[in-house]
Design a protein around this ligand. Sequence first.
Ligand code: SAH
Ligand code: SF4
Length: 338
Amino acid sequence: MESWGEAAFRGRQLFKWLWTPGFASLDEVTDLPKTLRARLALEGYVYNLETVSVVASKLDDTCKWAFRLEDGSVIETVLIPGDSHATLCVSSQVGCAMGCRFCKTGSMGFVRNLSPSEIAGQVLSVIEQLGSEQRPRNLVFMGMGEPLANFENVVASIRILSSELGLNYSKRRITVSTSGIAPKIVELGNEIDVGLAISLHATTNSLRDRLMPINRRYPLEVLMDACRRFKLPRRRRITFEYIVLKGLNHSREDANRLARLLDGIPSKINLIPYNYVEGLEFQAPSEREVLDFQKLLIDKGFTAIIRKSRGRDIEAACGQLWSKVIRDEARVKGSTSG
Ligand code: SAH
Ligand code: SF4
């Protein structure tokens, strides 16, 4: 607004409108002068994410939205209700370039980064559809994409989401999950006061190299060093996500190594039983195997929680996001081109 020769407070007014659930058109901005509204109508416009589909799981209360962006790309956002509050899992990229071997999003490849408004817009759109009373309490960057590979836009989206003029989320309720881009982890902590989750999944470099190509660039020592340097708000802990892959990473030795890796880091461990992805080489563990591994960790004094698989029937479970719309459209294109 200042670059247009307007007072700065006009910018705050406009920003507030743009992030008000239900806002649809610049005509509604009645507290701005008419001339300014005319210029806005001429030079600006509002794009709301287009909802392609909303599907609810029959197995649990999980709900998945597919949103179409202006360029036709489709992204997915998952709502995970809990007893007292819901968590919304947002996407930060269309696809993902990190290529983790066990992940369906990874197998889709990378298309592009989401803009700050496309990221925060997922939250706004869901709130508009659920009603403000039912807005999700926690936000996690665990949808499609590697958030720290889209660092600036992710940080900007968190500033929008946590702004008092915007959706006013407490940064304590926002968690960024990463496959381990070590330098960006430290940068994130210096930049903004949010929760951090690390997708660890292995306790040796040889296995982690095999599962997650990023480990060849930032091996476990470097990753753990970055976690130690991450500015953690008082009384907070880093979440370590650990997919239990049958026969690969849940032995007694793994528990010992994990304890050594996490030594001195305020942490909690989320065990995720592997969600089977067709065509990939990994197997889901039995419930017993997950419980046994959990016990080994608890006996060492760790907080280790088993993350229930949610929304498996609607492909909304961890690592299952892979826009069906994109798949279908690719199929149509494929078939028309012969
Ligand atoms: N790209 C970020 C966040 C998105 S994925 C990251 O990797 O951290 C959210 C979590 O689901 C990550 O811990 C990821 O490793 C895990 N995940 C991926 N594929 C999975 C699968 N098939 N089964 C279980 N968890 C999976
Ligand atoms: Fe990307 Fe995360 Fe999937 Fe790895 S696990 S491919 S970083 S979305």
